[in-house]
Design a protein around this ligand. Structure first.
Ligand SMILES: [Zn+2]
Length: 431
């Protein structure tokens, strides 16, 4: 149902002279070759076993660098426009302008090597329509999974407009009181055409007064009603889960993924592993909030709470990975201190500070990302039969993960075998 009609390349392309990092976590293959035929991967492996190709095959020289799957942003907010204050997310701009900003962010993400992304929530219904435009090749961007508006309990972290303003949160969030309203909200999303329902089971360091990171923002009954209704209509459910009880409520209610999973305890970890529920920690956001928060006027107690969140989140991520769980790389980009375009900083952070190996981190950012989107059989690894969503990088990303932060290092960013960004796209006037 979610298969993409995005155009595929025709004919053969051979990408050679680089190491293959295939996204499965396997060691790099030196002297690697990827053969693309009609937009799909026909072969990925050592040059020694490369199959014959027609003489008119196109050739891409990886210059001794890295050939890897396109990256997957697992928590992408296309409509967050690098705001410095939470309040600005909601009513600062009308849908028309927010759509244009989202389109620019989507193109930027593709240029940054992200060939797919799962929305973590969007103003109005913009990501649903952005996805359609991208799939119809009207606009450049990652293959998207859309979430539309988010759901939060009334009085919860996303319910920040006081009543005297006489405005709700119609653009960004549907506020619910009780399971009936939760069902109503999901039913509206069904009609909007989303694939994911994004909820707020818990608060956050960013809203310390009444909804901090240890506070619940939805009841179990509301969450259970969301899941029952969403699953009935074949939608998946995720949620902003920091507090220990909120994580367990989400897992008990049947959530399909967990965002953040910050303060997971033993019982929560066991529940997560039992159903193999992926988690998207999004830690560079915390790091950036700590590093740059003062500059942007965040109060010290908010910065301290981000520190606690960072430490809790890093520990949870390590525990989940070591126990054999799945993690996605996504970063809540779209705030002034972690703007769009910085997406790959998440990967560097996991290698440098969380202690993941480069290959583990890349697997999270490719294979697991695709699986989170429910499209692991279509892309996310360099394996025969998958879409040729490929990133060719000038340099050894295993030795230096931070190369992925620099678009200038990209020789080619391909979707379905078509070069959409990177140096070769610029050279041919495509980007
Ligand atoms: Zn988010």
């Amino acid at each position: 149902m979610w298969g993409s009609p995005m155009k595929l390349a025709s004919g053969y392309t051979v990408i050679a002279n680089g190491q293959i990092v295939d996204g499965t976590g396997a060691p790099p293959v030196r002297d690697g070759v990827v053969v693309v035929n009609d937009g799909k991967i026909a072969y990925a492996g050592s040059v020694v076993r490369q199959p014959a190709v027609p003489p008119d095959a196109k050739r891409i020289d990886a210059r001794g660098g890295t050939i890897m799957p396109g990256l997957v942003e697992a928590h992408f907010h296309p409509t967050y426009f690098n705001v410095a204050a939470l309040e600005d997310l909601d009513i600062k701009y009308p849908a028309e302008y927010a759509s244009l900003l989202a389109a620019a962010n989507a193109r930027l993400a593709l240029e940054c090597g992200y060939t797919a992304a799962r929305s973590g929530g969007s103003l109005f219904n913009i990501d649903v329509w952005l996805k359609k435009a991208i799939e119809k090749d009207i606009h450049l961007g990652p293959r998207l999974a859309a979430s539309g508006r988010e759901i939060c309990g009334a009085g919860g972290m996303m319910d920040w407009n006081p009543d005297f303003r006489k405005i709700g949160m119609e653009g960004l969030v549907m506020l619910v009181n009780g399971p009936d309203e939760a069902r109503t909200a999901v039913r509206r999303l069904v009609k909007d055409g989303v694939e994911w329902v994004k909820t707020y089971p818990t608060g956050d360091a960013a809203t310390p007064d009444t909804n901090d990171h240890h506070t619940l923002c939805m009841t179990f009954e509301e969450m259970y009603a969301v899941v029952g209704t969403a699953h009935n209509h074949k939608l998946k459910v995720t949620g902003h889960c920091r507090a220990t009880e909120g994580i367990k409520n989400a897992l008990k209610a049947g959530y399909d993924t967990i965002e953040h999973g910050t303060f997971i305890d033993d019982e929560g970890l066991e529940m997560l592993l039992k159903r193999d529920v992926p988690c998207v920690p999004a830690l560079q956001f915390e790091q950036a909030s700590i590093e740059l928060g003062r500059e942007f006027g965040l109060p010290q107690r908010v910065i301290d709470a981000h520190q606690e969140t960072l430490e809790g989140g890093a520990e949870s991520a390590r525990r989940i990975l070591r126990a054999g769980g799945r993690l996605g790389m996504g970063g809540d980009y779209g705030f002034a201190w972690n703007p769009h375009g910085d997406y790959a900083k998440e990967l560097t952070f996991f290698v440098k500070y969380v202690g993941f190996s480069p290959l583990e981190t890349i697997k999270c950012a490719t294979k697991f990302g695709a699986e989170i989107m429910g499209r692991g059989d279509e892309f996310g690894t360099l394996e025969a039969g998958k879409l040729a969503d490929i990133l060719v990088v000038d340099g050894d990303v295993v030795a230096d993960m931070s190369l992925l932060e620099h678009r200038s290092q990209f020789i080619a960013v391909m979707q379905g075998g078509i070069i959409k960004a990177g140096e070769l796209a610029r050279a041919t006037g495509l980007a």
